[in-house]
Design a protein around this ligand. Structure first.
Ligand code: DGY
Length: 322
């Protein structure tokens, strides 16, 4: 019997995931580690495929699904977020779709903690000062930051990543942990987290961490009105998706010191142009979307995406269905 054909949209998918697929399938890889959308489409076999392993920043849309042909019976994205996948289309066509939720929680939570510390203790600004010969050793008020200890931390979206972050930040002896979302979460009580409205979280938090997906509801969730409500000593961290923040309003809030600082692992666009105002602001720390970028986590994501495909091809439920 012919082995099912799996189309892999990137040549840099970690080997453990590919090895798993190769045990049971024929794997067709796009021969580039950063292919354009058109290049991906060009490499889709004209005879069609049984599954798509999507590892790309580009949108998996109707054109990709159509190019895959009528045999398509599984789609897996090597990501937790899936705002770049037309999940509604896949659902309408009855094609099982999975993501790589949870295996990246620890890595993304570590990134959020790194951003909290970098912004609150002005580590990037201090490093820039050192490089420019502006390190003033005699001054007792040189480069003063804000304490994380004793602070009120608010998590927007207490899902897997939000919970992993909450566990870690509690070790810094914070004062209070708040969270907002659709409804209270059963896991919150073990974390000592208090469910509050979004408005209350915004008004009361010293440190706000956004760990929510990009949806119609969260697009530009942090906008000029919200920045007006935040404390002038507050910090905004985003490890979800850049589109959840109105970036122009953020630039204004940081320049006019409506808020103390921001730390972003995600932004719009990615990569952000190097002459974008956020890049030069001392009270803004930008990471190049490295939340899940560890050797172990990316391998785990590749394996989970492969398992999603293998299970769907056998007619079994995906381990991480959307
Ligand atoms: C995801 O998986 O959605 C992450 O943003 C990738 O780093």
């Amino acid at each position: 019997m012919a082995r099912p054909k799996v189309f892999v949209s990137n040549a840099e998918v970690p080997e453990p995931g590919l090895a798993l697929l190769r045990q049971e399938c024929e794997v067709v890889e796009v021969p580039s580690n950063n292919p354009s959308y058109d290049t991906i489409l060009q490499h889709m076999p004209s005879s069609g495929v049984d599954a798509i392993f999507w590892c790309s920043k580009y949108k998996l849309d109707a054109a990709v699904v159509d190019a895959a042909g009528p045999a398509l019976r599984a789609v897996a994205s090597m990501s937790a977020g899936y705002d770049h996948i037309d999940a509604h289309l896949l659902k309408r066509r009855g094609i099982p779709f999975g993501n790589t939720a949870n295996v990246l929680n620890d890595a993304v939570a570590e990134t959020a903690v790194a951003l909290v510390l970098t912004v609150s203790r002005r580590l990037q600004e201090g490093r820039r000062a050192l490089e420019r010969g502006l390190w003033e050793t005699g001054r007792p008020q040189f480069m003063l930051g804000l304490d994380v200890a004793g602070s009120t931390v608010g998590v927007v979206g207490l899902g897997g990543i939000g919970q992993a972050f909450a566990k870690r930040i509690k070790a810094f002896n914070i004062g209070k942990l708040l969270y907002s979302g659709h409804k209270p979460k059963p896991e919150a009580s073990a974390l000592g987290a208090e469910f509050v409205s979004f408005d209350e979280l915004v008004r009361k938090s010293d440190i706000i961490v956004m760990a929510c997906p990009l949806t119609a509801e969260t697009k530009n969730l942090f906008n000029a009105q919200v920045f007006d409500e935040m404390k002038s000593t507050s910090i905004l961290i985003n490890v979800g998706r850049g589109g959840c923040i109105d970036q122009e309003a953020l630039v204004d809030a940081l320049k006019t010191k409506k808020i103390w600082g921001a730390g972003l692992d995600v932004m719009v666009p990615e990569p952000i142009p190097v002459d974008h105002p956020l890049v030069s602001l001392d009270n803004c720390v930008l990471f190049p979307h490295v939340g899940s970028a560890t050797v172990g986590t990316r391998a785990a994501m590749a394996v989970l995406a492969a398992k999603n495909i293998l299970c769907a091809l056998k007619g079994q439920p995906m381990p991480s269905p959307v």
